[in-house]
Write a protein that binds this ligand. Sequence first.
Ligand code: ZN
Length: 272
Amino acid sequence: MLVSPKEILGPAFARGQLIGAFNTGNLEMTMGILRAAEEMNRPVLLQIAEKRLGHAPLHLMGPLMVSAARQAKTPVAVQLDHGETPDVICAACDFGFTGIMFDGSGLPLEENIARTRALRGSLGASVWLEGEVGMLAGSEGGPEATALHTDPAQAERYALQAGCDCLAVSIGNAHGHYKGKPQLNFAVLTAIRKRLPQKPLVLHGGSGLPREDLLRAAGMGVCKVNIATAGFDACRRGAAQTPRDGDYFVMNEHMVRAVRESVLRQLERFTL
Ligand SMILES: [Zn+2]
C-alpha cells in the first residue's frame, strides 16, 4: 500500500530501526524491490533520483512506481531522490509521490535553508521532506563530488530553520562504489544527534557500508538508509547472466530475480 514516509520512518526512528530506501530505474528493478519487501514483510521506500530521469522519464516511471506501491502487500512510500528542479518536484507530487528529498547540499547554507523553507511552504505538511547538509563523495549520476562532512552546528541550524522532516548527513558515506573500506565518522554523528535528538537522520550511499556500521548508526538517530548502487549492479548482473539463447522475457526474469536477491540481502543486513 502507498503510504507517507512518515508512517514508516516515524516508528522506525522511535525504535532505533533501519528502513531501506531503494532506488529504481526501470520496471524490473521496481518489481524486484517490492517482491523482496513483500517476502520479508518489510516497509520500504521506493525512490528515483532526478538525475536518472534522462534514462527513465518521470512521466513513465512516476505512475509505475506509485501504482506498484499501491498494489504492494507491504507499506511502500514513493520518494523523489536528490530533487533539485522545482518543476520536477511539482511533477513528482502530482504523480502521487509521498516524499521529496531536496538536495541543496551544494548551495551555501543560507540558500539551502531558504530554498528548503520555500519548498516546505509550497508542498504543505502532507509531503515528507528530506533535506541534506554536507556533501557525499562519489556521484549520483552527476560529476564526482568531494566529500564534506556535515557540520553539526550547520545541521542544527538547517533542521530548525528549513523545516525538513528528516536530514541526510555526510559522515564518510559515499555514493557509488567505495574506494577502500568506508570510514564512518561516528564522532560527527554523535555531535549531530546531540544537537538534533528528535530529527530522523538518513545515510545515503548505503550499498557498501558494513553491517556493524549500519547497526551502530541505527542507535544514533539514523533510520533511513539509501541503497542505489547495489540494485543497479544487481540488475546489470541479472541481464548479463541471461543465457545466450534467452529472449527478452528470460532476461526480464533474471533482472527481477537478481534485484530481489540483492534487496533481500540488504534488508537482512538491517536487522539485529
Ligand atoms: Zn544520495
